[in-house]
Design a protein around this ligand. Structure first.
Ligand code: FAD
Ligand code: NAD
Length: 466
């Protein structure tokens, strides 16, 4: 029986960051990961490969759409999909190896196998060769992540009917890709394949895209994606899908019920959300159970069982890599006896479409529901000189601030590099800044960040450049 201060089950952004921080704090730590490589969903089949394909396909479309020609760069583009996939896979390998390096640097032991709780303080690991190791620790962190939510009647085979992992590794460009679910995965991966030449139809159960996103911003995103050629069938449900060797036949119905219509596709991507992953974890051996949605509950990362902690996608909150990382740090600090807190009010979200969408804090709809009096400051990128000169002037910045105190409550950006720009407002929210604070801070010219300042000025109606 090997003894540790902390055992972490799962090597994704929750688990690997927890392991590294524990190592830094001098705790004897091991991270149990069953995959061949570290990094979890994010590095292997999530954030990183999707961003690799988004980047490459964006450049391809710049070449095929005439955008480069317009800049005076004449090219005759030809898609080499195999090379696009290869460079993605190579980058992913480099990143997962990077985590192995960080483990060695911080004295984290990687135990390659599937972990199972085996009573309080104990974990049994089944290694790749089938042998078993028994481990013991004062504290155990569950960071087992999530998996795609299945859709009844639509069986994922990752040949014709795909989950996100399948859609990140297609060998050919689909003629017609049907995406079920107009959420983050559907819009990002739908964009990749549309840019590479697919006709893309997105079928969404609700009457809007991206539920939870600020309404204005979601409408602007749908407009721009439609203009790019993506089609949307909102308020529509898929009741069945039949795959053949050549394609898929889908039965669609209005969400409220009605006539069935058929839709043919050569591939279908099911992206209707993800659910916590706890299969085979032995929760019952310590008296833990999931809720109805399969979620493990936590109170400041503690489970109801002393010595067992829970972080990342497997528990409540947005399923985002940086949220898992924040929880990892706070959880380990608490295990080490330090004070730590995650501010769930200031976790940003980004959709890496073109233009990008980035958001932090409350939406206008949330503020209305809370009955909070607020002011809105908006600024369009058409009035931002850098965005104009780069021919990427679609979108806006929208700042929501408390009517009485001027404290910034929420920020929603659709526009160029929105994902990078939102960082400034994450800091602002953490420091309880007012819109006036941002309006009076010098921003470099010419940058897109000036739009952030102008939107803050406009909370008080004095944007100077629009
Ligand atoms: P995971 O990353 O899922 O890691 C859990 C790990 O635990 C897995 O490697 C699993 O093999 C392992 N495991 C499970 N059970 C056991 C066991 N019993 N024993 C041993 N190991 C076990 N988020 C963002 O913030 N930005 C993005 O751009 C983004 N893009 C995404 C794109 C896609 C296509 C997908 C699918 C997700 C994306 N996400 C993104 C979400 C992000 O990947 C997750 O929020 C993040 O990976 C959660 O981290 P985690 O550590 O909680 O879980
Ligand atoms: P999501 O929750 O973002 O979107 C799912 C969509 O599917 C919603 O619009 C929902 O209304 C719709 N839907 C649900 N059931 C349906 C049905 N039966 N028929 C049609 N539509 C249906 O989920 P996702 O896109 O699968 O992504 C999963 C998770 O991964 C998200 O929580 C997200 O945070 C994370 N992720 C993040 C990023 C990023 O940060 N850029 C990228 C990809 C994934």
């Amino acid at each position: 029986m090997s003894n540790y201060d902390v055992l972490i089950i799962g090597g994704g952004p929750g688990g690997y960051n927890a392991a590294i921080r524990a190592g830094q704090l001098g705790l004897k730590v091991a991270c149990i990961e069953g995959r061949e490589t570290l990094g979890g969903t994010c590095l292997n089949v999530g954030c990183m490969p999707s961003k690799a394909l988004l980047h490459a396909s964006e450049l391809y479309e710049a070449a095929t759409s005439g955008e480069l020609n317009n800049l005076g760069i004449e090219v005759t583009p030809r898609l080499n999909l195999a090379q696009m996939m290869k460079q993605k896979d190579e980058s992913v390998t480099a990143l997962t190896k990077g985590i192995e390096f960080l483990f060695r640097k911080n004295k984290v032991e990687w135990i390659k196998g599937w972990g199972r709780l085996n009573g309080p303080g104990k974990v049994t690991v089944t290694l790749a060769d089938g042998s078993v190791r028994e481990l013991q620790a004062k504290d155990i962190v569950i960071a087992t992540g999530s998996e795609p939510t299945p859709l009844p009647g639509v069986t994922i085979d990752n040949k014709r009917i795909l989950d996100s992992t399948g859609a990140l590794a297609l060998p050919t460009v689909p003629k017609h890709l049907v995406v079920i679910g107009a959420g983050v995965i559907g819009l990002e991966l739908g964009s990749v394949w549309r840019r590479l030449g697919s006709e893309v139809t997105v079928v969404e159960y609700l009457d809007r895209i991206c539920p939870g996103l600020d309404d204005d911003t979601a409408k602007a995103l749908q407009r721009t994606l439609s203009k790019q050629g993506m089609s949307f069938k909102l308020a529509t449900k898929v009741s069945a899908a039949k795959a053949t060797a050549k394609g898929v036949s889908l039965d669609l119905q209005p969400a409220a019920g009605g006539e069935t219509e058929q839709l043919q596709a050569d591939y279908v991507l099911v992206a209707i959300g993800r659910r916590p992953y706890t299969a085979g974890l032995g929760l019952e051996t310590v008296g833990l159970a999931t809720d109805k949605r399969g979620m493990l509950e936590n109170q400041q990362h503690r489970s109801s069982v002393p010595g067992i902690w829970i972080i990342g996608d497997v528990t409540s909150g947005p399923m985002l890599a940086h949220k898992a990382e924040d929880e990892a740090i706070a959880c380990i600090e608490r295990i080490a006896g330090h004070a730590a807190e995650v501010n769930y009010e200031a976790i940003p979200g980004v959709i890496y479409t073109k233009p990008e969408v980035a958001t932090v804090g409350k939406t206008e709809e949330q503020l209305k529901a809370e009955g909070r009096a607020y002011k809105v400051g908006k600024f369009p990128f058409t009035a931002n000189s850098r965005a104009k000169i780069n021919h990427e002037a679609e979108g806006f910045v929208k700042v929501l601030a408390d009517e009485r105190t001027d404290q910034i409550l929420g920020v929603h950006i659709i526009g160029p590099s929105a994902g990078e720009l939102i960082g400034e407002y994450c800091v602002a929210l953490e420091f309880s800044a007012s819109a006036e604070d941002i309006a009076l801070i010098c921003h470099p010219h010419p940058t897109r960040s000036e739009a952030l300042r102008q939107a803050a000025m406009n909370v008080h109606g004095w944007a100077m450049q629009a």
